[in-house]
Design a protein around this ligand. Structure first.
Ligand code: ZN
Length: 366
């Protein structure tokens, strides 16, 4: 069966305005483009088209999430706040989260895009799917926008799968370089949703993503964090998946796997200090596809999160889509000759120690 593709021009119209990286312009800070802008995602979409792969994918037009779907995760006052900011001149949804004019409707389309992707997989329209949505979602909390995220796209889609589609167990694996704090919080006490985040240790949010955060109450043991030291490369990521992510998924046996696919662990990303390559993302994609084939008939949804290197995100994303679809475009990653020979791509002892700490949790839970 084919691979699905969710995208919309409107995603690129979410306006985050000017800044210097994500620092507001003003005073001694000269205005430049905000780091969470459309360029990296648009260029990924364009490479998928120019490579010829887009023609081989099943185009799935996203629908807007309904208010009711958003309110499964977010509070009514928060939703109304976003709606009001969006209808006026924009503003901040909480912590470093720009809302531009019209961003409310675009954020509904982002959350709805992941719901569209989930439905397409559950209905057997496609085997697996990549939803290139924007704004991102994994930092958003019920009553607070954080880290460029307005609505929790992945969490809203998981709640749709659970409450509207009747799934009993869903897993979310977050390989964005930043901690998936919003998704963790959404299912903190919920044993029906296994949340796993592999991220750079104490990057963003600074105070979350520790290995000891395992959930509470009935949800205890159903949240796993793998905080990797800065500088981790393909060796560390592959080891984290082999020793933690894959065993946890096999133990949990979800009926659907969502990947929060931020591509900001790439080796030249401006918002992180990791060394991943397109080859690394291919390996991770292959591993989660194999688990999905074994435990949930291949049901796999990837939904886009961060990724701020306009130059490199397209090649990492194309590699993932080639693996998902089983189609090789012949496009070569021009950054591989630079990144692959760099020192430290192999698993390092201090990285192995961090992975071991998380792998112990999987063993205890089993
Ligand atoms: Zn990120």
């Amino acid at each position: 069966m084919p691979t699905g593709w969710v995208c919309a021009e409107r995603y690129f119209w979410h306006d985050t305005g000017t800044a210097a990286s994500s620092i507001p312009a003003g005073g001694m800070v000269e205005p430049s483009v905000h780091v969470e802008n459309a360029a990296a995602k648009r260029r990924l979409r364009n490479l998928v088209e120019v490579s010829g792969l887009l023609d081989e994918l099943v185009q799935l037009g996203p629908r807007a999430a309904t208010e009711g779907e958003i309110l499964r995760l977010h509070t009514r006052p928060y939703l109304e706040k976003i709606k009001a900011l969006s209808a006026a001149e924009g503003g901040d949804a909480g912590e470093e989260t720009r809302v531009g004019r019209g961003s409310y409707e675009i954020a509904l389309l982002a959350a709805g895009g992941v719901i569209t992707a989930v439905d397409a997989v559950l209905d057997g329209v496609v085997d697996n799917v990549y939803a290139l949505v924007r704004p991102p979602g994994h930092h958003a909390e019920p009553d607070l926008g954080r880290g460029f995220c307005i609505f929790g796209n992945a969490a809203v889609a998981v709640l749709h799968a659970r409450q509207a589609r009747g799934l009993e167990r869903v897993a979310v694996v977050d390989w964005d370089v930043h901690h998936g704090n919003g998704t963790q919080k959404a299912f903190w006490r919920d044993p029906s949703v296994l949340t796993i985040s592999v991220h750079q240790d104490r990057s963003y949010p600074l105070d979350s993503g520790h290995v000891l955060e395992i959930g509470e109450g009935e949800g205890s043991g159903f949240n796993i964090n793998v905080p990797l030291p800065a500088g981790s490369g393909v060796g560390a990521y592959v080891a984290a998946f082999e020793r933690v992510v894959v065993p946890a998924l096999r133990s949990f046996r979800p009926e659907l796997i969502l990947i929060a696919s931020g591509l900001d662990a790439n080796g030249i990303d401006p918002l992180a200090r990791m060394m991943m390559t397109s080859t690394g993302y291919r390996k991770l994609t292959k591993m989660v596809m194999e688990v999905a084939a074994d435990v949930c008939a291949g049901r796999l949804v990837l939904e886009h999160e961060g990724g701020y290197s306009t130059a490199y995100v397209p090649f990492c994303g194309l590699a993932i889509l080639e693996e998902l679809s089983g189609i090789s475009t012949g496009v070569e990653d021009p950054f591989l000759p630079i990144l692959e020979p760099m020192g430290g791509q192999e698993l390092q002892p201090h990285q192995e120690a961090a992975i071991h700490a998380a792998s112990s949790l999987v063993t205890v839970r089993q």
